[in-house]
Design a protein around this ligand. Structure first.
Ligand SMILES: [Zn+2]
Length: 256
């Protein structure tokens, strides 16, 4: 595989404090482009910092549903400033009714506000959805067409097809390799390849055989291999197709 695009990483997290610079250099050498995704204002700022001077690292700025309780007009104003400072997407944001770390009505308000902000700035979105399928689809339908990706997609064929019909990409990561995830493997076969992008969500969701360990963006290769098997493609072709999908989604052209 000549080059790969990992569309969802958190390299600013403390899990990378010991080897961040070495890892970034390794990504350049192995030709792995990444989008570093903010989860609050501080990590959004850190994402922009990581992307500075690295034409294979891109920044997304957003407020995760876990932090929606603190989302205020001031948060939104600061977020807009950060987005205008060179972010390629708004994210990650959305709904998480699994952990419910913010009240649901606050999550929905922050979700709507960031969808509108993305539309106003003409940026794609990076969406998080967990155990909130119904409310998620309802808000998306109400807020109108949106460009973006549902990250760490893990639903079935029906959900995959609904999201694709709305114009969204699906972010496919480590869970594709987990033994119990047969519905996900069936779903990705029914989605046009043009709507799939790869991700790791590093340091989280490591692919097999690294479960329980820290994930990193070099392991996106294992996700690409598994997906190429499932789709009956050569790994090289799958890597290139998903690389180009990510470039199209975020409007970027990485260099290493
Ligand atoms: Zn994430």
């Amino acid at each position: 595989m000549d080059r790969l695009f990992d569309t969802h990483v958190h390299l600013d997290f403390s899990q990378f404090d010991g080897d961040r610079e070495e890892l970034l250099e390794e990504l350049r050498l192995q030709r792995v482009a990444v989008v570093n995704v903010g989860v609050d204002l501080a990590s959004s700022e850190a994402s922009l910092e990581l992307a500075r001077g690295r034409p294979y690292v891109f920044a997304a700025c957003g407020v995760h549903p876990h932090d929606a309780k603190a989302f205020s007009p001031e948060t939104e104003q600061r977020l807009e400033e950060l987005l205008r400072a060179g972010a390629v997407a708004v994210g990650e944001f959305g709904l998480d009714f699994y952990r419910d770390l913010s009240p649901r009505e606050k999550q929905i308000a922050a979700f709507r506000a960031q969808l509108r902000l993305a539309k106003r700035l003409d940026l794609p979105v990076i969406l998080h959805q967990r155990a909130a399928e119904e409310a998620f689809l309802e808000v998306l339908a109400e807020e109108g067409p949106v460009r973006g990706v549902v990250h760490a997609f893990s639903g079935d064929v029906a959900l995959a097809q609904r999201l694709v019909k709305m114009g969204l990409f699906l972010g496919i990561g480590g869970p594709l390799t987990y033994r119990k995830n047969e519905p996900l493997r069936q779903a990705v076969r029914k989605v046009p390849l043009a709507r799939l992008v790869l991700e790791t969500d590093a340091p989280f969701l490591p692919p097999e055989p690294f479960r329980g360990k820290r994930n990193d963006p070099l392991k996106v290769r294992l996700v690409a291999l598994r997906l190429s098997e499932l789709l009956g493609m050569k790994p090289e072709e799958l890597a290139e197709a998903t690389f180009e999908n990510a470039c199209r989604l975020f409007g970027v052209s990485p260099s290493f």
